[in-house]
Design a protein around this ligand. Sequence first.
Ligand SMILES: Cc1cc2nc3c(=O)[nH]c(=O)nc-3n(C[C@H](O)[C@H](O)[C@H](O)COP(=O)(O)OP(=O)(O)OC[C@H]3O[C@@H](n4cnc5c(N)ncnc54)[C@H](O)[C@@H]3O)c2cc1C
Length: 432
Amino acid sequence: MKAFRTLSLPARRQISRHVITARSSPSSSLSSPSLSLLSPATTATATSFQTRRHASSSSSKHPEGFTPPTADDLAELRERVQEFTRREIPEAVAAATDRGNAFPAEMWAKLGEAGFLGMTADEAVGGLGLGYQAHCVVMEELSRASGSIGLSYAAHSQLCVNQLQLNGTPEQKQRFLPDLIAGAKVGALAMSEAGAGSDVVSMRTAAKKVDGGFLLTGTKMWITNGPDADIVVVYAKTDPSAGSKGITAFVVETKSSSSPGGETTAGFSCARKLDKMGMRGSNTGELVFDGVFVPEANVLGRVGGGVRVLMEGLDLERLVLSAGPLGLMQAALVDVALPFVHQRRQFGRPVAHNQLVQGKLADMYTRMQAARAYTYATAKDVDENGAVRTQDCAGAILYAAERATETALDCVQLLGGMGYVEEMPASRLLRE
Ligand SMILES: Cc1cc2nc3c(=O)[nH]c(=O)nc-3n(C[C@H](O)[C@H](O)[C@H](O)COP(=O)(O)OP(=O)(O)OC[C@H]3O[C@@H](n4cnc5c(N)ncnc54)[C@H](O)[C@@H]3O)c2cc1C
């Protein structure tokens, strides 16, 4: 659960900033999450009314003509993802991915074939256009099977694909999205640098204007899918003196499209693959840009508009990533701890018959459900009202990641000695 936690750390600042602002602003958007989620049985009619009410409303975060999915649509999607994970990511695959410290490359085509790589993208470029609740469902179920595969999946389908969907020109979408959505190419997003993490605007990677495009020079750190990526959304300074207004987003192709063998683009390299505590099956790399030429046609958004692209993207990235810890909690409680405590007998009866054990299970369940309610209420607000609340996107991942760490620790504890050995997935879940 640690990686999700790391991703959530700067989130705490986002929440406090918005909450503090909201105290002096009665019209602020700090309303409680949609009540319909808290009481589904009594609000079925209201939900369908809401869905219809918003079906025709346009949102800048969804493809044109987007209709929010119904609860039945989402339940059906969840079943489809579960069928996929049962078939393609059984525990043996998750354990081997973790042990091998490598993402199973064949998974990209399988995810693409299942349609999961373009959850929020236009149908015209191969996407499903199902919105953020649906994306969270896929992320939750994939992470339940393997946190590593879930993290790489989110970096590809949300950080890269959705940034192109939201900010790309029609021509850029046609060029890049079909292959990414099919899983024929791997996507990543590179903002962080060794010296610029939480304070990402202090990045040093520079983009110098040259004839026909820009030359990118700098190093990006901790880039999920970096060692494998064909297409990377990269942020760089086009005007270092302009602070946050001097950053631009680029689409960098790491392999030369003009050479049939797909040679590495001149000046680009992955300096090293990082050896992580958890999420070991999600490849993370340090990327080097040494005068990489990026044509004008690959500027994403407008020159100098990179911070808007980055910050607006971060809200939705945090929201979708918050479903990762939800999946890890499902795994820890439903898939590992519950069967174990019913099967394991001590003092002549299953350990589940002890009240202290039952109390732990109740705590695990309550945390998981509270985190799920927060994530899905936030995603529903995006889908049905087009409302992206920074504080709730950040709050959802902060809450889910911290609860998931507690839940994984409880899982380790409930399994006794078996929680401490790699024969069982408990320690992998804790590291993830
Ligand atoms: C598994 C993994 C995958 C990642 N994938 C990507 C990716 O695909 N693309 C990408 O661009 N980046 C990626 N990152 C990087 C991630 O976004 C950064 O690690 C994150 O932004 C934090 O930056 P940092 O590590 O430099 O920590 P720092 O910013 O150095 O923070 C160190 C500590 O100081 C605290 N801190 C910092 N500033 C403040 C403050 N103002 N007030 C209080 N506390 C503060 C932090 O909360 C933290 O506890 C990934 C990281 C991990 C671990």
